[in-house]
Design a protein around this ligand. Sequence first.
Ligand SMILES: [Zn+2]
Length: 97
Amino acid sequence: MAVATAKAADLLSARDRTRLAGVHPDLVAVVEAARQQLPFIVVEGMRTRERQAQLVKSGASRTMDSRHLTGHAVDLAPTVDGEVRWDWPFSTRWPRR
Ligand SMILES: [Zn+2]
């Protein structure tokens, strides 16, 4: 019989964990819960001001007021059979809220 208090399996990889370093614990908990429902990888969590400035310069971001700078944002990418999928039609299978 399983112990009722056993933690759910950690489906996040070591790389995902590294990328979650510095992210607010509440948001990490949300990512952990989501990973129990959907397959994805963590692309990025915390950003330095230098990285954010690079992203703004390249046009990938429009703000220096990003929540990535404070640990209140994460970027995730869905996977199918372990492969990252960027195609938009697949993304629509994710629940929308
Ligand atoms: Zn982001």
